[in-house]
Ligand binder design. Structure first.
Ligand code: AHG
Ligand code: MN
Ligand code: MN
Length: 335
């Protein structure tokens, strides 16, 4: 999608959605409704996150999810809130979530819409209890099967190149929604008093090169030795490299997107596919990185060239400024 004119700061998310979809006379309104419902769910989760310590939302539910991780109360709240917001307006055919073993299909009483929504409803859950930044990550695909029929796995297991829009919401010192929907990457900050997102970061671009790296160095002993050497090289280069690692992908990515940087979650000996999930963590952020002039690979191929073959599939992730992603990818691709 393209705009004829740049958006002014202060533009509401609603206006952005309206003008973006107006540019497409063939649009049915489903995409606009989908984004509006994402905005609603994001505002609800944001409000809950802000009151988490008071609303009894800290801590675990006692359940373990399909990834073998303890489910936090906010994971469950965010998962249910996004599903509830999206199931009824007839705009989604399926929702894939980190928290659900199987895809969620809107109940029969609702129309099965045109889009497939893949989400990590609450990213960085280990940071909830310490009030550090967390977020929601999502990718949107257009379904392959006809609208109105029940969708299936074929609609969900896709190539990253099929993504039509992707975004994330970061619940930090402020709540910011960043979206890439074919017209560049734009950030909107929630004004909690008004209850609306306003354009605050128009047309975000990643510089070609960076001086910040984000990786969990605690695992260095189990990385590919070439990666260990590369990181050591940055540190001893005298080029002013800084390390920053929050442990919430969405927060590490957001900082690097605005300030420049490379985020790395490599394969380790015990996790040859790394930790992060392809469909709802790596792919959406890769879509945003590319749209902002950056890059993302799994150490060999662009993330967006990969085809998902399983819902909760993992992939190593190297994402951020083009030069650094290319350098580390070239290194790891050597036989
Ligand atoms: P989630 O909370 O959705 O399970 O994701 C946690 C992820 C990601 O946000 C972060 O980058 C990574 O876990 C951190 O993992 P390590 O603690 O292994 O560094
Ligand atoms: Mn996550
Ligand atoms: Mn999560």
């Amino acid at each position: 999608m393209t705009f004829d004119h740049p958006f002014e700061e202060g533009t509401t998310l609603d206006r952005f959605i309206f003008e973006t979809t107006q540019a497409h006379p063939e649009a049915t309104g489903q995409f606009a409704t989908l984004l509006q419902q994402v905005s609603l769910a994001a505002r609800m989760v944001s409000s809950r996150v802000n009151r988490a310590g008071l609303a009894g939302m800290l801590g675990a539910t006692g359940e373990v999810n399909v990834q073998g991780e303890f489910v936090q109360k906010l994971d469950e709240y965010a998962n249910n809130t996004f599903k509830k917001a999206l199931e009824h307006p007839g705009v989604v055919a399926a929702i894939a979530s980190e928290e659900d073993e199987r895809p969620f299909y809107p109940p029969d009483r609702f129309r099965s819409g045109r889009y497939v929504f893949c989400m990590d409803p609450l990213d960085g859950s280990s940071n909830i209890d310490v009030n550090a930044t967390i977020g929601t990550i999502f990718a949107i695909f257009r379904r392959r099967s006809p609208e109105g029929t029940r969708a299936g796995m074929d609609d969900i297991l896709r190539s990253g190149r099929d993504i039509v829009a992707a975004g994330y919401v970061i619940y930090g010192s402020g709540t910011v929604l960043v979206i890439a929907a074919g017209s560049g990457v734009h950030g909107f900050t929630l004004d909690p008093n008004v209850g609306e997102f306003f354009l605050s970061h128009p047309d975000i671009r990643l510089a070609p090169s960076a001086r910040t790296y984000s990786i969990n160095e605690g695992y260095a002993a189990s990385w590919d030795p070439r990666l260990r050497q590369w990181i050591e090289g940055l540190k001893s280069s005298g080029d002013g490299w800084k390390a920053r690692y929050i442990g919430s992908l969405v927060a590490d990515f957001h900082r690097n997107l605005l300030k420049g940087g490379i985020f790395l979650y490599p394969a380790t000996r015990s996790s040859p596919q790394g930790k992060l999930r392809l469909l709802y963590e790596a792919m959406p952020l890769a879509f945003i990185a590319e749209a902002a002039g950056g890059a993302a690979t799994d150490g060999h191929r662009p993330i967006l060239d990969l085809e998902a073959t399983a819902l909760h599939q993992r992939a190593p992730l190297f994402i951020g400024n083009r030069e650094e992603v290319a350098a580390v990818t070239e290194l790891l691709s050597q036989p």
